[in-house]
Each structure stands twice: as C-alpha cells, then as structure tokens.
Design a protein around this ligand. Sequence first.
Ligand SMILES: [Zn+2]
Length: 152
Amino acid sequence: MTIHVVGTDEGKDYLNGNVILDALCALNQKFAHANLQFFIKDDFNYINNSLLFVHDKVTFPKVPALFAKYNVSGTVNIYFVRDPMGACGYNYMPGGKSMGIVLSNDCTNGKDANWAHEMGHYLSLPHTFMAGKWKRRILPNLPPCYQNGGGS
Ligand SMILES: [Zn+2]
C-alpha cells in the first residue's frame, strides 16, 4: 500500500502517523483470519491539497485527476483526508478498477473496521446484508496487535 497523508494547501492538519499505524494494526488484525496482511511501501506521501482534504459531491469531479497524479502504480493507494464526501470512507472504482481508497481522519483509529471495510470493497467484497454496513463480527482470541506484525 502507498499511504497518502493529505493536508490543507498550507500543509496543515495531517493525520498523526501513529494513528495511521494503529489503524494499520487493526486492519491486519481483522484480515489475519483470512491469512491476508497488508504492508506499507516506502514512506508516507504527504500531499498539500485542500480540495482533496475536504471534498463533496460537487467538488468530487476534480478528485480523480488527483488520484491519477499521486497514485503509485502496483500498490493499493490509501488517502487520509478530513472529509471524503461526508462519509467515513469510500473506494473509488471506475470500471471495476480501484483508483484509491479514501478514509476520513475522524473515522481512523486502532479499533474500528473503517479501513478494513473499504479494503474489503477493494478486494471486491460486497456488503453482507441489506443494512448498508458490514455486520461487524467480533472475532475471539485475536493476538495482540504488536505481536502480529503491525504497528511499530
Ligand atoms: Zn461499504
């Protein structure tokens, strides 16, 4: 994965890197039972772009060009922003091929399934029931995160 940490045009309000590592740990915990683990390629890529940092349905048409500009090919491109169209996140997949997973800073932490949810969509998993959210099954006896290859 390539981790894009988006801030304002002035370079402010990046999500803290430790929060991202905690969230990565939670992501890998949730996929461990499927024998899937995700790794960060190279350093975080810091982007100063207020349009990407906060976008909505009106400004979204300008966003795919930014994916095209910043994406690193051969990796899953993850963008952390303040407000991805009023959601906790989305996976933008025109024509069935992902151009990027965009996650809300406010929904990113070391316990919730937000990143795992969008990664599931990246892997072409649909929602499992009608309610519009994945059923969040509690998995028993997960190993502690820091023995599990994630985090620092
Ligand atoms: Zn979903």
